[in-house]
Design a protein around this ligand. Structure first.
Ligand SMILES: Cc1cc2nc3c(=O)[nH]c(=O)nc-3n(C[C@H](O)[C@H](O)[C@H](O)COP(=O)(O)OP(=O)(O)OC[C@H]3O[C@@H](n4cnc5c(N)ncnc54)[C@H](O)[C@@H]3O)c2cc1C
Length: 305
């Protein structure tokens, strides 16, 4: 395997929708599971930490960057195929690096219903499985029939019911929390045919709702916080008087359009500015409501403490 698969000192801001963060000491975009395994072995041999990145649409990357190897599962691993099953449903197989919106649009093109919500989510299929991404009542778990992943030693296949899906969590997220390796390589989804006009109308309706309510033209990582049980994060933030709030002119701001999004105006804020604002919001909301918001955004690299 060529060592030139690995680049050094690669700026990561362009690989995160927050548009901030420092460089990766090492960076690679593998093309298949063989290269993923090779990269892990390379890092293990050198005692180097690994971070698996998708489209970086749910990550805040530290200003110091990541002092290890970032393995980006992107377009090199973005195959897409489908086949009709005997029962008339369709099985769609997507590489982990395929944009989730591309998967959603493909389902629309094929008149498959259930994945309309995916058309508006800016991550990869791997990131969507890891996070059990969802919107407008739909969740990734609704149609996943199988996931293939690399566990650090071998390629494993697990069916949908074994994926431990919950609100913004999965088996893979849990393994990651436990410090174990689980690189999602591929997902299979089973969906049923529906009425194409209705599917298109629903997709367009969801897109319009998203455009009307979310700051899609400003860098962010989507909803900064998870939905606390029995509450809505955006409502709690608004009630604490923080909609549109900024601590300073760094560019980090609670979106004036959607209080659940912390945004990076002009992409000029540092990750530390964004993080200071997130911490401030957590404290103020707690003071105001007694509810402690939990970050949905994942931190990459060192933020101190
Ligand atoms: C404008 C905007 C709107 C959004 N709207 C929504 C929404 O409606 N619903 C929603 O759920 N989310 C939403 N998000 C958040 C985000 O798009 C999702 O969480 C998405 O699933 C993340 O995918 P990603 O590829 O970008 O993952 P990344 O941000 O790159 O990574 C997220 C986590 O997944 C892990 N990961 C990624 N790929 C793999 C892989 N192949 N194997 C193992 N681990 C992996 C990473 O290590 C990391 O811990 C939004 C974000 C933005 C910017």
């Amino acid at each position: 395997m060529p060592d030139d698969l690995i680049l050094q000192n690669v700026p990561l801001a362009g690989y995160s929708t927050f548009r901030c963060g420092g460089p990766a000491r090492f960076f690679a975009e593998p093309s298949d599971s063989g290269e993923v395994a090779w990269l892990f072995n390379w890092a293990r041999g050198k005692n180097i930490e690994v971070f698996v990145l998708g489209n970086g649409s749910n990550c805040l990357i530290s200003d110091e960057g990541f002092d290890g190897l970032v393995i980006r599962i992107g377009k090199n691993m973005g195959d897409l195929t489908s086949k009709e099953l005997e029962d008339g449903r369709t099985e769609v197989t997507a590489g982990a690096g395929l944009p989730y919106a591309r998967f959603g649009n493909y389902c629309v093109e094929q008149s498959l219903t259930g994945a309309e919500f995916a058309c508006g989510i800016p991550g990869t299929c791997g990131g969507a499985v890891f996070m059990n991404a969802g919107a407008y009542g739909g969740e990734t778990k609704d149609f996943i029939s199988e996931v293939t992943y690399w566990d650090g030693q071998k390629i494993c296949c697990i069916n949908g019911s074994g994926c431990g899906f919950g609100y913004r969590t999965s088996l893979f997220e849990k393994l990651n929390r436990e410090g174990k390796t689980a690189v999602i390589l591929e997902m299979k989804a089973i969906l049923s045919k529906g009425n194409k006009e209705e599917i298109i109308a629903l997709t367009e309706d969801l897109r319009a709702r998203r455009t009307a309510s979310q700051p899609l033209d400003v860098p962010s990582a989507g909803s900064t916080f998870k939905r606390p049980e029995g509450h809505f994060a955006a409502k709690l933030i608004e009630e604490a008087g923080l909609k549109g709030f900024a601590l300073d002119d760094s560019g980090a701001q609670v979106s004036p359009k959607h209080a659940g999004f912390v945004v990076n105006n002009g992409g000029r804020a540092k990750a530390s500015d964004v993080m200071r604002l997130i911490d401030y919001v957590v404290e103020k909301v707690y003071e105001n409501s007694g509810v402690r918001l939990e970050k949905e955004v994942r931190l990459v690299g060192n933020f101190g403490g």
